[in-house]
Ligand binder design. Structure first.
Ligand code: PLP
Length: 395
């Protein structure tokens, strides 16, 4: 096993002013003042939190549930997470030693990286991928080793992983995100089965961000933890599955030795989320399996609509089996300049999409549209894009 960052004082982080803002945020700022812009930039459900979940949060307040929670999360919620992962994914985690409840998946990602990465560590990330990972890796002074998956339909292949590990034999960890933000791609279990032994042979840790695991369309999500329970840190949360972004509820599960380090980092950073948020999350996981099922039907209909429309306009899209994003190839006349296309689209067509380059190598030449938006906004956005492309002679 690679060495862990047990001596936290030895980490000298990159000064924050040297870390550029995420490409997503930088672009959002450039277009935020455009009047009448339809923002298909946001990665957040437009649906409401289910009623029974809201009631649980309210009840927690009325019950004077106002005292400090256990740092790793309430026992009830850790048990609910353990039962949920057992029921849904056949994964077994001890609520006392193998689960930490965090302030959103964001904190789980940050605490995990800060606890495990040391300066100089090489971290493999199949890209394009969620933009938050890059500044965090930079902050810990670890080194990003990107595997560009644009040529392999945006899914990591065993061959590319082998090749990368030949070149970086001392890599410490691999960071997976299936279903993937920004492409919506899932990793078939047949591929997970092939990459798992390679990961094991090279003693890599796996950080697996599965925040979209409940939002897959006719695709059975399987976690890499199923194949590599002893080295996987599985990150998930309630933001996307139960439309609870503002509750700030996530978690990380994994082997007890790694979880105890992450729990330590978590205690430095924030300790547990608020009690009402934890009560709501426990209710969602105990009694809310049907909630994401209903959301899936809505998102799938929107996905089919937006993919059909974009394809009809001549914008190529790749299969997307999960999350709520479509990654579309920009028109040939823009070359790889996704930023120029996204800016034109925002200023001239009044439709906001996120330029693909914000998601790392392989994203250039693409634009990400979120379909976590109302049907009305999606319809208007599609007809605006069509008009814009027609005026440019692109379709
Ligand atoms: N991981 C991925 C891949 C995401 O897309 C997002 C949000 O967009 C997050 C994590 C953050 O989730 P949370 O709201 O639980 O912090």
């Amino acid at each position: 096993m690679p060495q862990l960052a047990t001596d936290l004082t030895s980490i000298i982080h990159t000064p924050l002013e040297k870390i550029p803002p995420s490409g997503i945020r930088a672009f959002a700022q450039k277009v935020e003042d455009i009047p009448d812009l339809i923002k298909l930039t946001l990665g957040e459900p437009d649906l409401n939190t289910p009623e029974h979940v809201k009631k649980a949060a309210a009840q927690s307040i009325l019950d004077n549930d106002s005292h400090y929670s256990a740092q790793k999360g309430t026992p009830r919620l850790r048990k609910a997470i353990s039962n949920f992962l057992q029921r849904k994914q056949d994964l077994t985690y001890d609520p006392d030693s193998e689960i930490v409840v965090t302030v959103g998946a964001t904190e789980a990602i940050a605490a995990t990286m800060l606890a495990l990465f040391q300066p100089g560590d090489e971290i493999i990330v199949p890209t394009p991928s969620y933009a938050l990972y890059f500044p965090l890796i930079q902050y810990t002074k670890a080194r990003l080793v990107a595997i560009n998956t644009a040529g392999t339909n945006f899914v990591l292949t065993p061959e590319d992983l082998e090749k990368t590990l030949d070149e970086h034999p001392h890599a410490k960890a691999i960071l997976l995100n299936y279903p993937t933000n920004p492409t919506g791609r899932e990793c078939p279990s047949s591929v997970l089965e092939q990459i798992a032994p390679i990961i094991k042979e090279h003693h890599l840790y796996v950080i697996s961000d599965e925040i979209y695991s409940e939002l897959t369309y006719n695709f059975n999500h399987v976690s890499i933890a199923h194949y590599l329970p002893d080295r996987t840190l599985l990150i998930n949360g309630l933001s996307k599955s139960h439309a609870m972004t503002g509750y700030r509820l996530g978690y990380v599960t994994g082997p007890a030795d790694l979880i105890s380090l992450i729990a330590k980092m978590h205690a430095f950073l924030v300790t547990a989320p608020s009690n009402p948020a934890q009560a709501a999350a426990a209710e969602a996981l105990e009694n809310g399996d049907q909630d994401p099922a209903e959301a899936r039907l809505i998102y799938q209909k929107r996905r089919d609509y937006i993919v059909g429309e974009l394809n009809n306009m001549g914008l190529e899209t790749h299969a997307s089996e999960g999350a709520f994003y479509v990654f579309a190839k920009i028109p040939a006349s823009y070359g790889k300049d996704d930023e120029a296309f996204a800016l034109d689209l925002a200023h001239k067509a009044k439709v906001g999409g996120t330029p693909g380059n914000a998601f790392g190598p392989g994203g250039e030449g693409y634009i990400r549209f979120s379909y976590a938006a109302s049907d009305e906004n999606l319809h208007t956005a599609m007809s605006r894009i069509q008009k814009f492309l027609a005026e440019k002679g692109e379709n």
